[in-house]
Design a protein around this ligand. Structure first.
Ligand SMILES: O=P(O)(O)OC[C@@H](O)[C@@H](O)c1c[nH]c2ccccc12
Length: 260
C-alpha cells in the first residue's frame, strides 16, 4: 500500500472517532465558527504580500523530523512579518506531528489566511476546519472522487472558506476542476512515491484554465525557482521544509524574500 493510501485509511478511522465525540452541532457553537474568514485569492494578489504560503511542519513521512524545537506562534508570526500571503499549518497528528491546537494558536496571533493542511476525506473535517479558525481547506485530487471534490468545495464555499485544489498530473486536473474551487495548486511532490520535480508545475501551468489562480507546492528551495515559476504564470508558492529546517524559519523566509 502506498503512503497516501495508508494516511487516508488512518484518517477515516480518526474522523469516525472525532464524530463519536463531538457532533457537528457542537462544532458550530465554537466561537471561531462564526468569524469572518480571510480570502486566499485576495491575499495572493495583494501587492504588499509575496504570494508565499509559508508552512509550519514539524515532521513529514518523506523527511522524518524537520524541526521540533520551535513554537507555532514564533514561526507563523515570523512568516507573517516576512510577507506571507497565507500560512499553512499541518493538523495531521500521526504522520506530520501536527495538531488542531497548532492551527488555533496560529489563528490567535495572525490576521492573514490560514490553510488547514490535512487530508480531507469527510465533510465533518470541513466544519471542523472552520471551527478551529481556518480560512482555507486543501482538497487532494489523488484521494477524492469528482463527486466528493464538488460536494466538499461547495460546502467550504457556503461556510466562507477558500478551497485549494491539489493536483499532480494532467489526469487529475481533467476530472477535478469545479466552479467551487478558488485556487489550483500543483504539487511537485508525488504523494505516492515522494519523488519531486518542479517540471510538474511548469508542465501543468499551460493547461490550468486562466480563471483559476495557480500555486506551485513543495520542493521550492531557491528564489531562482520562484522567478521561473512566476514566469510560467504562478501566483503563489507553498514552502515548508526550506524554512522549517532552519533554527529560525521566520528569519529564513525574510532572507529568502530579500533575494526575490
Ligand atoms: O516542505 P515543502 O517541500 O516545501 O512542501 C510544502 C507543502 O507543499 C507540502 O507539505 C505538501 C503539499 N501537499 C501536501 C499534502 C499533504 C501534506 C503535505 C503537503
Amino acid at each position: 500500500m502506498n503512503i497516501l493510501d495508508k494516511i487516508v485509511l488512518r484518517k477515516k478511522e480518526e474522523v469516525a472517532a472525532c464524530k463519536a465525540q463531538t457532533s457537528t452541532a457542537d462544532l458550530e457553537k465554537k466561537a471561531a465558527f462564526s468569524r469572518e474568514t480571510y480570502s486566499l485569492k485576495d491575499f495572493l494578489t495583494h501587492p504588499e504580500r509575496t504570494g508565499i504560503i509559508a508552512e509550519f511542519k514539524r515532521k513529514s513521512p518523506s523527511k522524518g523530523i524537520i524541526n521540533n524545537q520551535v513554537t507555532v506562534e514564533e514561526v507563523t508570526m515570523g512568516y507573517n512579518q516576512a510577507g506571507a500571503s497565507a500560512l499553512s499549518v499541518l493538523t495531521d497528528r500521526d504522520f506530520f506531528m501536527g495538531h488542531d491546537d497548532d492551527l488555533m494558536a496560529a489563528r490567535a496571533v495572525n490576521n492573514i489566511p490560514i490553510l488547514r493542511k490535512d487530508f480531507m476525506v469527510d465533510e465533518y473535517q470541513i466544519i471542523e476546519a472552520k471551527a478551529i479558525g481556518a480560512d482555507i481547506i486543501l482538497l487532494i485530487a489523488a484521494c477524492l472522487t469528482k463527486e466528493e471534490l464538488t460536494a466538499f468545495a461547495k460546502l467550504a464555499k457556503s461556510l466562507g472558506l477558500s478551497t485549494l485544489l491539489e493536483v499532480h498530473s494532467q489526469e487529475e486536473l481533467d476530472f477535478s476542476l469545479n466552479p467551487f474551487i478558488d485556487v489550483v495548486g500543483v504539487n511537485n511532490r508525488n504523494l505516492k512515491d515522494f519523488t519531486v520535480s518542479i517540471d510538474t508545475s511548469l508542465q501543468l501551468a499551460q493547461t490550468i484554465p486562466s480563471e483559476f489562480l495557480k500555486i506551485s507546492e513543495s520542493a521550492i528551495d531557491s528564489p531562482e525557482t520562484i522567478k521561473i515559476l512566476k514566469k510560467a504564470g504562478f501566483n503563489g508558492f507553498l514552502i515548508g521544509e526550506n524554512f522549517m529546517k532552519t533554527a529560525n524559519p521566520g528569519k529564513a523566509m525574510q532572507d529568502f524574500v530579500h533575494q526575490l
